[in-house]
Design a protein around this ligand. Structure first.
Ligand code: BMA
Length: 812
């Protein structure tokens, strides 16, 4: 006999929770006073909802709320439970953040110290019929991390707090783009499971391109269970059944789906998904799989070490972005917010997101959307920019969390890479850790031994990489451009973005450049008067080391230093977009030597000046539009080679690309006189690149500051080349005229150029926070027209600088 009943203890399930500050640097009147709480949730959002604290994102509130991370918090609920005849009752906590003591009816039933795993406590002898009281008391996370450091020793880390002492999301303690809002709470569902006999403990359905699904079902039995259990797996019209002897903990069932439809990343095919249903008496499990094979080829070649991701045997050029937790308060995220943010990647032409190691093992919602939309996921294990103890108690926590994460996520069709850590191997090699480490282990045992073994055991169909960056050889510098994955951070931190062209990287898994969020996003939280990059609230929302300095130095010869705050905003947004696009055009021009670019970073977790393409309010920055252009399936770009100029064309589609290309050398002056013109037929086979040398007639000029190249494919593909940086380019100040017409729900803003108009951009959110526009960074030659489609309110008389911008007026 098997029976399983679930008793939901979340707020959604009807349980009423409170949270109370137990002790710590708590403001007057709050100590010991219960406040209504949401479960799953976290203390910051509870205090915010109760009106006990102001918005942590606003102004300079962040530092005023640091006491929360040093306070002990107690979550409490009471519930009535009726005996149901089952033998065993267990409290299942899917996620507790982080150092907690769990007490039921006054009796301690467990202690936890890992946000990244779930817990199951036997409460059979503690639960009573009638009223029960459940209390989960959390240590202040900052205090707990410091206490752990005092106890077991210090390991090198970046940023302020010793986040690497605890298994808790690193960026919750603050990062160079994120607020320090170290929090506590019951961040995942919590329930009581009451059962007899046998139940399903975990399911790992691993599907391959051969149509075979191997489903590993773990079972849990009570001591008295004596009857065989029947496990059934159904998928794609096939059914397999096994009869399992009491006490057996794992059974594997193999279903073969005939004529299976393969899952592909977007741009390479469809994303068929198959429901898997596992049943065992009245317990069941459902999930979805996609049938596909994924490999990463890192076998040395004559150029070094490639990093080629292949799906179903077909190499994939990776056009990706790094993903950080999508809200500093992750419990506010849901299926809808994930879908919106992942759509930002899809609409920009991306096919991969890298879930960065300072965040979380992403949610089912995240992976479900990626499975459906064909976005490959590279999941880091949660180690970032630090050394980590390999001793107890951390070691066992790492193993437990890794086993759970791999078990939970291995089913997803989109899961493409497990990666050991973010920059820790690089850190060991270059960041002066060896003196403070004094010979102690620092995490290599996880990345090179424990984690690959766990992946090989539980998810052998998914490739493993020891770190990012990594050269796939212990004796080669982990960030060597010739080998494996590379992070390019000298651009932004030290050198001009033209340095991107000095590299010939096999695969770039991080590179990026900062810019401010949308004006409406910025001014909703920064209230300095007057607004200034160095204003006190602005500096709260610029976390990067010497960030303002790097924004200014990053202008190089490209753009002039701003005259006022409006120009600051536009100039730095524009420079960010150009810098990253410059890098990607170069990387793609190296195909097939280069096999991927993963930009830092797609998203933000609050309103901030950062590397993100989409800001904390979900507004697409100019960078996002630049990414959409350079991540197009077919990219046309002009690149310098040794001594000549070439047109580099990368055709990342399954069809040959044939088009007439016209290259015109024109004047930047009014009417844009045509000085030379050449036409050639571009033929690029499927998934290939072609380099075409440009004829001297167009490639050479004796007037670099007043001429440019316009490259147009008959199929609409476009590229431009400038012989001089904007700071010396002779751009006409009033290079366009504007006309505005009302549409359903918005306006059409049509711009007509009378001379070269560079990087036209419209920012309707400056007039109406809710207004959005469909395009950005449009370059027009004299006579050309572009219509910006705006949804939202607009006062036509206000559509001028700073709402409508181009590079032209920055220079005049
Ligand atoms: C990389 C990332 C993050 C960081 C980013 C920007 O090192 O891995 O740690 O936020 O650079 O500095």
């Amino acid at each position: 006999m098997t029976s399983l009943k679930t008793f939901d203890l979340t707020t959604d399930g009807g349980a009423a929770w409170t949270v109370r500050a137990v002790d710590g640097p708590v403001p007057d009147g709050l100590i010991d006073r219960p406040v209504a709480a949401t479960v799953p949730g976290e203390v910051h959002t509870d205090l915010l909802a109760a009106g006990e604290i102001p918005d942590p994102f606003d102004g300079d509130n962040e530092s005023k709320l640091h006491w929360i991370g040093r306070t002990r918090w107690s979550y409490r609920t009471t519930f009535s439970w009726a005996a149901d005849g089952n033998d065993r009752q267990e409290l299942v906590a899917e996620g507790l953040d982080t150092v907690a003591t769990v007490t039921l009816n006054g009796q301690e039933i467990g202690r936890t110290a890992n946000q990244h795993r779930s817990y199951r406590f036997d409460v059979t002898s503690v639960l009573v019929a009638g009223d029960n009281e459940l209390v989960v008391e959390f240590e202040g996370p900052v205090a707990a991390a410091e206490a752990e450091r005092a106890k077991v020793g210090s390991w090198p880390h970046t940023n302020l707090h010793p986040y690497n002492e605890l298994r808790k999301m690193a960026s919750n303690f603050g990062w160079d783009w994120g607020p320090d809002v170290a929090t506590a709470g019951i961040w995942q569902p919590i329930r009581i499971e009451s059962w007899s006999g046998v139940r399903i403990d975990a399911v790992r359905p691993l599907a391959g391109a051969d149509g075979v699904l191997n489903t590993f079902v773990s079972l849990a039995w009570t001591d008295t269970a004596s009857e065989y259990a029947t496990v059934t797996v159904e998928v794609g019209g096939t059914t397999q059944t096994a009869s399992v002897k009491p006490g057996w903990d794992t059974v594997v069932l193999t279903n073969t789906v005939p004529e299976v439809d393969l899952w592909w990343p977007r741009g390479h095919g469809e994303q068929p998904l198959y429901d898997v249903v596992v049943t065992l008496a009245d317990d069941s499990w459902t999930g979805r799989v996609g049938f596909r094979d994924i490999t990463v080829n890192v076998a040395p070649d004559n150029d070094g070490t490639p990093f080629v991701l292949s799906v179903n045997g077909k190499p994939i050029y990776v056009r990706g972005a790094n993903w950080i937790p999508d809200d500093a308060f992750v419990t506010r995220l849901n299926a809808e917010t994930y879908r919106t943010s992942i759509q930002d990647a899809v609409d920009a032409g991306m096919n991969l997101l890298r879930v960065w190691g300072g965040g979380i093992y992403e949610s089912e919602d995240f992976y479900d959307v990626c499975d459906e939309l064909g976005i490959l996921v590279w999941q880091d294990f949660l180690f970032a920019c630090a050394a980590y103890s390999e001793e107890e108690p951390l070691r066992s926590e790492v193993e437990a969390e890794a086993r759970q994460a791999v078990t939970r996520l291995s089913k997803h069709a989109s899961l493409a890479v497990w990666n050991g850590n973010n920059e820790n191997i690089w850190g060991y090699v270059e960041w002066s850790w060896r003196v403070p480490l004094a010979g102690r282990p620092w995490g290599a045992g996880y990345y090179l031994d424990l984690l690959p073994k766990i992946v090989a055991e539980l998810d052998p169909r998914t490739p493993y990489s020891a770190g990012s960056p990594y050269s796939f050889d212990q004796f080669i510098h982990p960030n060597d451009e010739r080998h494996g994955t590379m992070h390019i951070w000298d651009v932004w931190n030290q050198v001009d973005y033209t340095t991107y062209r000095k590299y010939k990287p096999r695969f770039v898994s991080e590179f990026g450049f900062q810019g401010p969020p949308a004006w409406s996003t910025l001014t909703s939280v920064v209230h300095d008067a007057p607004l200034d990059p160095y204003g006190s609230q602005m500096l709260v929302h610029q976390k990067a080391f010497e960030g303002n300095l790097k924004l200014e130095r990053g202008l190089g010869e490209h753009l002039p230093v701003w005259k006022d705050i409006d120009d600051w905003h536009w100039t730095t947004q524009l420079n960010q977009a150009r810098a990253v696009a410059y890098g990607i055009e170069h990387f793609r021009s190296l195909f097939p030597l280069n096999t991927g670019a993963v930009v830092w970073q797609l998203n933000d977790n609050w309103p901030v000046v950062s590397w993100a393409a989409v800001d904390g309010h979900g507004i697409r920055k100019p960078l996002w539009y630049a990414l959409k252009r350079v991540y197009a399936d077919r990219l046309l770009t002009v690149q310098p080679r040794e001594t000549e100029l070439v047109v580099a064309a990368h055709n990342d589609t399954d069809n040959a690309w044939t088009t007439e290309v016209t290259v015109t050398r024109r004047s930047t002056a009014r009417d844009g006189e045509v000085l030379a013109r050449e036409t050639f037929t571009l033929e690029v086979p499927a998934r290939s690149a072609r380099i075409s040398e440009l004829p001297q007639s167009v490639a050479v000029t004796s007037n670099p500051t007043s001429e440019y190249l316009e490259v147009r494919g008959a199929d609409g593909s476009t590229a431009h080349w400038y012989f001089a940086e904007d700071t010396t380019l002779e751009l006409v100040a009033d290079a366009y005229s504007t006309s505005i017409t009302k549409t359903d729900g918005g306006y059409d803003v049509t711009v007509t150029a009378t001379a070269l108009a560079k990087d036209l951009a419209l920012f309707p959110d400056r007039l109406d926070r809710a207004a959005r526009v469909d395009s950005c960074l449009i370059t027009l030659s004299a006579g050309e027209t572009h219509t910006f489609k705006v949804t939202g309110a607009l006062a036509p008389s206000e559509v001028g600088v700073p709402v409508l911008r181009s590079a032209n007026e920055l220079l005049n």
